[in-house]
Structures are given as structure tokens and as C-alpha cells.
Design a protein around this ligand. Sequence first.
Ligand SMILES: *[C@@H]1O[C@H](CO)[C@@H](O)[C@H](O)[C@H]1NC(C)=O
Ligand SMILES: *[C@@H]1O[C@H](CO)[C@@H](O)[C@H](O)[C@H]1NC(C)=O
Ligand SMILES: *[C@@H]1O[C@H](CO)[C@@H](O)[C@H](O)[C@H]1NC(C)=O
Ligand SMILES: *[C@@H]1O[C@H](CO)[C@@H](O)[C@H](O)[C@H]1NC(C)=O
Ligand SMILES: *[C@@H]1O[C@H](CO)[C@@H](O)[C@H](O)[C@H]1NC(C)=O
Length: 953
Amino acid sequence: MSYKTASMKVLSLVLIFGILYPETITLAFSHGQSGVACKAIERKALLQFKKGLTDPSGRLSSWVGEECCKWRGVRCNNRTGSVSKLKLNNPYPESSDKLGGEINTSLLHLKDLVYLDLSMNDFLGVQIPDFFGSLEKLRYLNLSGASFAGTIPQSLRNLSNLLSIDLNNPDLNQTYESDLRWLSGLSSLKYLNLGVVDLSKAAAYWLQTVNMLHSLVELHLPNCGLLQLPQNLPSLNFTSLSVLDLSNNGFNSTIPHWLFNISSLVNLDLNSNNLQGDLPEEFASLNSLQQLDLSENSYLGGRLPRNLGKLCNLQTLKLSMNSITGEITELINVLSECTNSSLMSLELGYNKLTGNLPISLGYLNNLRYLNLRYNSFQGSIPPSIGNLSSLEELYLSGNQMNGMPESLGQLSALKVLDLSENLWEGVITQAHFMNLSSLTDLSFYKPSPNISLVFNINSDWIAPFKLRYINIRSGQLGPKFPTWLRNQSELNTVVLNNARISDTIPDWFLHLDLKLQELDVAYNKLSGKVPNSISFLYPSTVDLSSNYFEGHLPLWSSNVTKLYLRDNVFSGPIPSNFGEAMPFLMDLDISWNSLNGSIPLSVGNLKELFTLVISHNHLSGKIPHQFWSNMPFLNILDMSDNDLFGSIPKSIGSLSYVKYLILSNNILYGELPPSLQNCTSMDSLDLGDNNLSGNLPAWIGDSMPSLSILSLRSNFFSGNIPSQICSLSTLHILDLSHNNLSGFIPPCVGNLSGMKVKPSVTQQYQGSLEVVTKGRVYEYDSTLYLVNSIDLSKNNLSGEMPTELTRLIHLGTLNLSWNHLTGKIPLQIGNLEQLETLDLSKNKLSGAIPPSMTSLTFLNHLNLSYNNLSGEIPSANQFQTLIDPSIYEGNLALCGHPLPKECQGSDKTGTNPGGDGEVKDDEDEDGGKFDKLWLFTSMGLVSLSGSGEFVAL
Ligand SMILES: *[C@@H]1O[C@H](CO)[C@@H](O)[C@H](O)[C@H]1NC(C)=O
Ligand SMILES: *[C@@H]1O[C@H](CO)[C@@H](O)[C@H](O)[C@H]1NC(C)=O
Ligand SMILES: *[C@@H]1O[C@H](CO)[C@@H](O)[C@H](O)[C@H]1NC(C)=O
Ligand SMILES: *[C@@H]1O[C@H](CO)[C@@H](O)[C@H](O)[C@H]1NC(C)=O
Ligand SMILES: *[C@@H]1O[C@H](CO)[C@@H](O)[C@H](O)[C@H]1NC(C)=O
């Protein structure tokens, strides 16, 4: 997609190979060899030079015989007969046919040598020979890209006739501040290119040094590690400077004023620096500027100076990727006042510009390229835009614009229209597209799923364009499949995602015979069978998720690499030749369908797989054991919610890069295979809701150091909780509920450091792990990654609640219900300030409800029922909202609101032992916490009405 591959850097690349020297220099050479014989001494010198070189592809094979002036790459002066030019650059930089070896001093015998080009060869990191400084007549020297390294020899300062020098080599450097002295001798120099030479040691002196070169026309110092762009330059000697490329350095100052006194400047490139501050008014003095590129100076800030607009000769204005603020109205107004604006390309993308687009935009009648993306422009596109009859590319994505005039449809030269990521509303009709006969790329992508833009295009309208790329997401195209695509036979990318299409894929679409790179019609109501006949190019993506497609899983060509068929009604078995048909699949998601049968062995053909998600189907049979070792890249394996039977095959342990292994809700039995120890990259291990048994393996703690989610719930695991689990330092969710675990809760749980910090959402995969929280099962989504949770409920755990639990200060859910825990609730439980869910019901806990619990201001689900708790129920803070009596019932000695049993005097004293210092909430001082309290009360109500019943365990 042409508009996706923004080519910000093409310009500076072109500049590195500046075009100045051919004009200025080649004219000076003669091409006539005739009449003058080659000098013997020079022939000998050349042969000696050749002898030192390595020449794998025989580029110097013509260097035989007498007439050395006719040898390849050699030119002689037609008056003196001396060799004047050695043009030995490698014309094919990508090839390996590079000259190398030793550069013999015999070149010194070429007394009239004025031109030496050894560029794009490979001299394997040797220094630039010192003797080059003795080639006194040299006017042109090009050693760029030839793997010279080390410091540049000072001897070069003797080359006072040099007009052009190009030393662009990444391994060249200056070791000392004074190392650039050699430059001061090159008093005739017009072209200087030291691109990618490390000049960071040259510090402030670089400018002083080049300022001595008063004939300079082009100065190229991109990517030189320069850090200072001096703000003052007392005498400016660049009176002829036309091209200045200082891109990709580390300047972090403001743009210095002296730059604007270089009135000869035609081309200024300050891309990719750290320039800051306002743009100086002096831009206006750059009368002859045709091209100005200040893009990618991410810190260049301030407002656009009015005077910029006086540059009536300006053809290209590039200020992308800076931090420029304010509106563009004045700039455009002034630019449009030029009697015949020459501006062809305007790039202001990735800044902080605001306001409406001015009407005067429509007067820039030579504009071809307009890029305003990723700013904060608002309002409508001005109707005057229809006047821009030369406009070829329009990028307005990533703004807050809402209105689109019909005059857009007049842009008959427009090829690329990118209106993604805005707030467009209203109706688009065929008038908006009426004369867009050149259009190839159309983009209306919107990240949020809310649809505010409706396409209302007559079903018999014939589009004047032939699109290659259409990307419409979250805009209403339906209910019918858009018929105005009927003649779009050039399409390569079709994205009609979340477009309210309730239809089948029409036959005419198939008859377009498209060769697609991407087909994405996800989130519609498309139904019927999916045609197998669509062709795809390699690599391609197919996303048909969340529709009503039915029938067997479609098989496409082997060019499909990403296939998402999630959430449809595909049925029947996975075709047995599935893996053979699409062997290059990297992502496969066929979850949430009605597939049955067993997993075919041909899945083992999918050696490139990164993601395999086949969850939420009716797949049965055993998990194949044959092929896991063939899938070295598999990262995500989700086979949950099927009817898979049998044991977990040992071979799963060969998935050494697997990060998400989700096998929950099947009928798997047996013990965990010890080979899982090899899965050391594991992030989430969910084997819940199976019939697995045996002890919890202690090795989990040692071999899965990055584990953040461990769910083994609803199995038959027995024995103790091994203390090694406590070394899982990144664990955020631990769910061992509904098993037969016994013994006590290891006090080392207090070491689970992941539960002491806010979990970060680094996980990419948001699969189907379920977390029981707030009394109901939630499908786990990104928000639940944000809650730390420990669930050990429904086991046979005994002993006391370890006080160490109260060190897990970022715990959001703690469920220890349905065990045999005894003793008291730890007094410090109030330390768990993030706790939202606390379920301790159905245990044998005794004593009072600790007063510190009144500081749990996020608590919105509490269950303490069926214990032996006693005393008065606290009434402060969040307890005012926890008024369902069932959460306290079954504690015979508990009293007070909301229980019907009132407290006697002794109960009250029992509840408030007083002075334990845990009660942090002093109602007088705590307005803030009360705000939270009410917030969570109202959220609680929402969640109750949304989920129906409150389920107390
Ligand atoms: C010799 O070179 C000069 C320029 O230096 C050129 O004008 C002239 O035509 C050349 N003579 C021949 C015979 O090529
Ligand atoms: C200069 O380049 C040489 C050769 O690449 C290297 O060995 C040396 O460390 C470099 N010196 C500095 C100061 O970067
Ligand atoms: C600039 O040019 C003037 C006059 O040619 C000269 O005197 C001065 O030294 C030059 N400045 C630098 C920094 O070379
Ligand atoms: C620019 O960079 C230098 C050196 O890295 C630093 O000392 C200085 O504070 C920076 N200036 C600004 C304005 O960021
Ligand atoms: C696969 O893609 C290549 C080019 O990407 C194309 O030449 C070839 O025809 C495609 N194969 C099929 C079966 O469509």
C-alpha cells in the first residue's frame, strides 16, 4: 500500500548521492583517447596497482596490452596523454563483485590524476592511505561505501584543488577534536559528504571548520553523531551553499538564525534531530528555497511562523514529526496569496496542530501531496478542497475531523484518500466519489467500534475508479454487500470490517477473480457458505471472524498465512488435509464454532505456526502426540472448551517457546507430564476444569520463572500446596480452587511479589481463561489482567490464614471459601487496600471481623458466611454498602446491621478491641476515600443489573 510506506527518508538518501559533481566535474574531462598513446610509466603504475587489488569478478580483466587509456575505468587527458581519471567504483553495490586488497602507492606515478572513484568496493576496514594526500591534482575523490575505517589522514589537507570529496563510510571516525583540520586545506571544495562518519568527537568545531570552505555548494553531514548546532556564527562564509543536509544528528537546540542568512539555500534537511522551540521568523528570507524539510525533529516545537508563507518559490515544505503547535490558517492564507503558488507538497504530519482547515487550502492549486495526519484538526474539510485539481494524495488520518464535503468527489487526480481515525459523521453518497477516477487507495479505518458514518450509495452506481486497496472499518456499508464494488477487479486488499453487512458474499464478488493479499470482513452478519474459489497471494490474511458463516471449514491456497474464522457457525470436522492445504499458516484461530471430530494429524504440517486457537468447539478424541516437536515457533496454544479426552501428551513439553498453554474445560486426566518443565517461556498455564490428578508438581516454581497466570482449578489435584510455588515472582493469578488440596496454606505466599505490584498489561493474548471473581465467572479480558487474584476455594485446606497473606498489598481477589481454615482473620487484613473481592465463607474462622477491614475501600464483594465469627459487624466506610445479610449468615455469634440480631453491650466491646492502630480511616479526614466508596457502590449496582443474580458461594 503506497500510502502506508511513507518514504520520509528517500530525500536524504538521494542527497547523499548528490548530483552536483557530474555537471561541475565531468565536463572538465575529455573522453577522447585517440591520437595520444598511453605513457609507459603510467601503464606500469596501473599494472602494479592492479596487482595489489583483489578482483573476484575480473572487473580489471581489460587491463592488458599497451593502450592503457582504453582500459576499463581509465581515462586519459586528450592533450597530455596522461591518465586523468580512474573510475573504479562498483556499479552494483548489492553485488559481491567488489575490489579489495591493497592500494599500491604506484598511483603516485599518475601525475595528472584528477579523478579517483573507488566507491562501493570493500577494502575491509583499512585506513584511507596517507599517500592520497600527495595526489595533488585531484579534483574529485569518492571513497564512499568502500569499507574504509579508522581516522581520516591529515595529509588530505594538501588536496587544495579538490572540488568534491565523498567519504561516506560508517567505520570512519575522528578521534580528537582537532581531527577535522585536514578540511581547512580544501579551499576549492564545492561538494563535501562525510555522511555516517562518526564526528561526535569533533564537537563544536565542525561548523567552524566547514565555514572556512567558502566555495561549498553542497554539505552533507547526515548521521555523523553531531550534537551541537552552534547558535552563533560571526562570519558566514557559505555564500554559495545550496544543499545542506544535517539530518539524523543529535541537535537538541533551537534552529539557529544564521541558517536563514544562507540565502542561496535550496534544500535544507534537518530531519531526525532533536531540534526544539519555535520556528524563527527568518524562514521568510529563504527566497530561493524550493524545498524545506524539517521533519522528524520530534522536539521541534512552537507555532508556525507567519513568514513561512512568504516563500512563493517553495515547492516542498516538510515539517513532519515535530512538536509544532497552533493553527495553520495563517500559513495557508499567506501561501495562497502568492500569485501562482508553486507549492506541490505540504507535509505537516505528526505535530500538535489544531483548529479547522482553512478555506484558502483550496487556492494552493499546484498541490499534489497533502499530509496532515496525526494532528488535532477539527471540523469539516473545507468545500474548497474540490479545487485542488492536481491533488494526488490526501492524508487526514488521525485527527478529530467530522464533516466531509461532496466536493471531495471532484478530485479527479486523487489516487490516495486516507480519512482514517477521525470522528466523521453523517452520510457519504456517490457524490463524494463522483469523479475520483484515479483513486486506487481508499481508507476509512476507525479504531472504535462505534459507527457514526453511513455510506448511502445507490445500488446501481458504477464507480469511476479501480481500487487496489479499500479499508473501511466501523462505517456502515450494509445491510447489503456494497454493490459499487462490482467493477473493482483490481482489488488487492479488501477490508469491510464492522460494516453492518447482513448478506451473503455475492457471486459477482467471486467473479471479479481477485488476487487478494487481505480479506477482512469480520464483525458483520455475513452468512452462507464461504467460497473456496478466492485466490490469495503470498503472504495473505483472511479474517472472517464474528459472522454467521456456516458449512465446513474452507480450504484456501497455501498462500494464506493468517486465518481467523473465530465466532461463526462452521461445523463438521476439521478437514483431514487441512495442514497440507495451508502449510504456511502462522496464525490460525477457528475458535467459537461448532467443529467436531478429532484433531487431524495434518495439523502437524503447520510448521510455521505461531498461534493455534481451536477453543470453544466440540472437538473430541485425544490430543495428538505426534507433531508438537514440529512446531518450533508455537507461542499460543489454546484448545480449551472442547471434549478432548485422555492425558496431556508428553510431547507438548517440546514446545519450548510456548507462552500460553490453555487446555481448560476438556476431559483430560492423569498427571501433569514432567516434560512441561521444558516450557520455560510459559506465561499462562491454564489446565482448569479437567480431571487431572496427582500432586501439584514442585517444579512449576523453578522451571516457569515468567509465569503470570496459573490455573489448575476444578481438577482432582491432591496433596499439599508446594512451597516452591512461592518463587513464581511474576504470578498475578493463582487459581487452585475446586481440587482436593490439603494441608495448610504455605506462609511463603507472602513472597509472591507479583501480587504486591499493579499487574502490567504486557500480555498480547486474551484468550478464554476464566477467572472467578465477584461471585461469578467472567470471561477474562484485558481489564482482568489488571487484577491480582488468589483462589484456593473448595479444597481441604486447614490451619490458619497465614498473616503473610496481608503482605500482598496489590491483591484484588482473595477466595479461600469452602476449606477448613481455623483461627482468626489476620488483624492486618486491612493492608490489602486493593481488595475488591474477599470470600472466606464456609470455613471455621473465629473471632471478630477485624476493624482494619473498614479500610478496604474497594471491597465490593464480601462473603463471610458460615464461619464461627463473633461480635459486631463493622459499619464504617464500605461496610455501609455491604448490606446483604446472607454474606454474614451462619455465624451464630455475629450481630449488628444488616443481621436481624442486635448486639448486646459485650458484643460491641468484642468487636472493637481498640487501639490496635489498624484503623486508618478517620472519617473526619477522609473525604477522598469516601468518594471512592460511592464510586464503587454505583459500579456494584451496574454489575448487579448486568449480570442478573448475585451468586453467593
Ligand atoms: C579534448 O578535450 C577537450 C576538453 O578538455 C574537448 O573540448 C575536446 O573536444 C577534446 N578533444 C578530442 C579530440 O576529443
Ligand atoms: C575509530 O575507528 C577504528 C576502526 O574502526 C576503531 O578501532 C576505533 O575504536 C574508532 N575510534 C573511535 C574513537 O571511535
Ligand atoms: C570567512 O571568510 C573570510 C573572508 O574570506 C575570512 O577572513 C574568514 O577567516 C573566514 N572565516 C572562517 C571561519 O574561515
Ligand atoms: C541537549 O543535550 C545535552 C547533551 O546531551 C544536554 O546537556 C542538554 O541539556 C540538552 N538540551 C536540551 C535543551 O535538551
Ligand atoms: C501464491 O502467491 C504467488 C505470489 O505471491 C502467486 O504467484 C501464486 O499464483 C499464488 N498461488 C496461488 C495458488 O494462488
